[in-house]
Design a protein around this ligand. Structure first.
Ligand code: ADP
Ligand code: F6P
Length: 489
């Protein structure tokens, strides 16, 4: 490692994430445009970075040369390139066919390939090199999510002057699952390069701390104590350190979401949506990336049975399922899309009427305006994830409902359930239980709905994304002087 930090960077705050907040789309005629990227990470971090001067290092979402740094949506963006093979091995492979299913309780089977791991190391090094080159002396670098778990250690080696934070947006699995990972030790070492580690739920932070203990480290009150030898997670120029791991549940820009919902044109659009749906008595809504962790098939099964049992009737009740295209070249996503589309077709074939499908399935990305109108139009939002780090859709629904109407059906296995216990909580594996809760939500009295929604809104507005970011950044920035030796008792 260099003895003097390189002086070329000038950003005091840098976010490093696999994705930039915008995706590069190349049309058939070769013209390029940038569109908002999918997912909760971007939803949460974009307003934070718009308010703080800083830079965002990330990938453009397509293979090939990275463009020069540029400004978009009020943020300085620094693209990192991935070639075609890295998209396959790092992004679709190691990140989304190994770590994603493993960290989400193996709801799909993770695959382990050594060549994917090599690509993961190589791409993580590229992100670390780029962040190291852009950071001002003593800057704060905030690394995001499971795609970049090796970056903290790589960055510390390159730039021991930096403060380094890491936030994991997805669950951190119980050790019994994490232990399957052939490179588990390298992942722990990578993460422990940070000063501050953030997780969605206390249970995730505890799973991480337990993984550290199972690999021979001691922990005390959320602090991992790194021994003063060039052994575990201790780059030689950092003899002894402590790393803190704690829960920082992520959130949304609740006020901005509500302001959008209050706009007259959004309210008109919400009414229009209900009219276009044929003015049914009950509108059920699902909004998810088309991902097997979201429990879309379980949800469809419950709704299908409710139509079959006569509890719901097409014409009187509809499900609108918005499913954003996601990771479309990964086998498990292709299979899942087929299953969802066959199931929607079957439900509509069995229960739809002319001009009145039972399920409106929309495999499309929407703008924030249309999503806000959909949230306002929906009587019940269905969040039925089998496992989810947080689920920001649930919080967006709550923030939208300034009328204190609507009901939220929420999986116990989404991080949001910790914060929103007033939702109609469900176990998506228990189809009968889920059906009963959906019907309770459908028949809830306005007074009871209001009581629940008011309590959930209080939580989401008190704990918004600005508070999440400032709490995390404050503790990360106050981490022990980087070049001092932490006292380990
Ligand atoms: P994840 O990060 O796994 O995708 P979250 O629920 O935390 O799940 O975040 C999803 C984000 O993506 C939310 O901000 C939501 O509004 C947005 N989103 C989901 N579906 C769509 C869609 N079809 N069009 C546009 N945005 C969407
Ligand atoms: O944490 C959720 C997350 O996996 C982000 O890391 C990611 O950017 C987002 O969902 C969308 O996934 P992808 O970037 O693979 O399209």
């Amino acid at each position: 490692p260099p003895s003097e930090p390189p002086k070329n960077g000038h950003h005091d705050l840098i976010v490093v994430a696999n994705r930039l907040p915008v995706d590069r789309k190349v049309a058939a005629d070769g013209t390029t445009s940038w569109v908002p990227s999918p997912g909760g990470l971007v939803t949460a971090l974009e307003p934070v970075m718009q308010r703080n001067a800083g830079a965002w290092v990330g990938w453009s979402g397509s293979a090939g040369e990275a463009p020069e740094p540029f400004e978009a949506r009020g943020i300085r963006l620094i693209p990192v390139m991935l070639d075609e093979r890295e998209v396959e091995e790092f992004y679709e492979g190691m990140a989304n066919s190994t770590l994603w299913p493993l960290y989400h309780d193996v709801v799909a089977r993770p695959q382990f390939h050594r060549s994917w791991w090599e690509s993961y190391e190589q791409v993580n090094q590229r992100f670390a090199d780029r962040a190291a080159a852009e950071a001002a002396p003593n800057a704060l670098v905030w690394v995001q999510d499971y795609q970049l778990q090796l970056v903290p250690q790589m960055l510390r080696r390159l730039r021991p002057d930096l403060r380094i934070g890491f936030f994991n947006h997805i669950p951190f699995p119980p050790y019994e699952l994490f232990a399957q990972l052939p490179w588990r030790r390298r992942v722990l070492e990578g993460l422990l390069g940070a000063d501050q580690l953030g997780f969605q739920r206390p249970a995730d932070a505890n799973n991480f701390l337990r993984a550290c203990r199972r690999n021979g480290l001691s922990t005390r009150r959320g602090m991992v104590q790194l021994p003063g030898e060039p052994r575990f997670g201790s780059p030689d120029h950092h003899p002894r350190r402590e790393v803190n791991a704690a829960a920082f549940p992520i959130s949304i820009d609740a006020r901005a979401v509500q302001e959008l919902a209050e706009r007259p044109e959004i309210q008109m659009r919400a009414k229009e949506i209900r009219r276009e749906l044929g003015d049914p008595r009950v509108v059920l809504l699902g909004v998810d990336r088309l991902d097997y962790t979201k429990g879309i098939l379980h949800r469809l099964k419950a709704v299908e049975e409710l139509f079959e049992d006569g509890d719901l009737e097409a014409q009187d009740a509809v499900l609108v399922q918005v499913a954003t295209p996601s990771r479309e070249r990964v086998d498990q996503y292709q299979k899942m899309r087929q299953d969802v589309e066959v199931t929607v077709g079957r439900i509509n074939g069995d229960y739809g009427k002319i001009g009145h499908p039972a399920v409106h399935y929309l495999h499309q990305a929407y703008g924030r305006d249309e999503l806000a109108a959909l949230y306002l139009a929906a009587d019940v939002l269905l969040v039925t994830a089998l496992r989810d780090g947080m689920n920001l859709v649930a919080k967006e629904y709550v923030a939208t409902r300034y009328d204190e109407g609507g009901a939220l059906v929420l999986s116990e296995f989404a991080g949001a359930a910790n914060e929103l216990p007033q939702a109609f909580l469900i176990n998506p594996h228990d189809i009968d239980g889920m059906k009963a809760q959906i019907m309770r939500a459908v028949h809830v009295t306005p007074k009871e709905a209001q009581r629940r929604m008011r309590a959930m809104r209080r939580r989401v507005f008190d704990h918004d994304v600005a508070r999440w970011a400032s709490t995390f950044l404050k503790v990360a920035a106050s981490a022990v002087e980087p070049n001092a030796v932490a006292s380990v008792s």
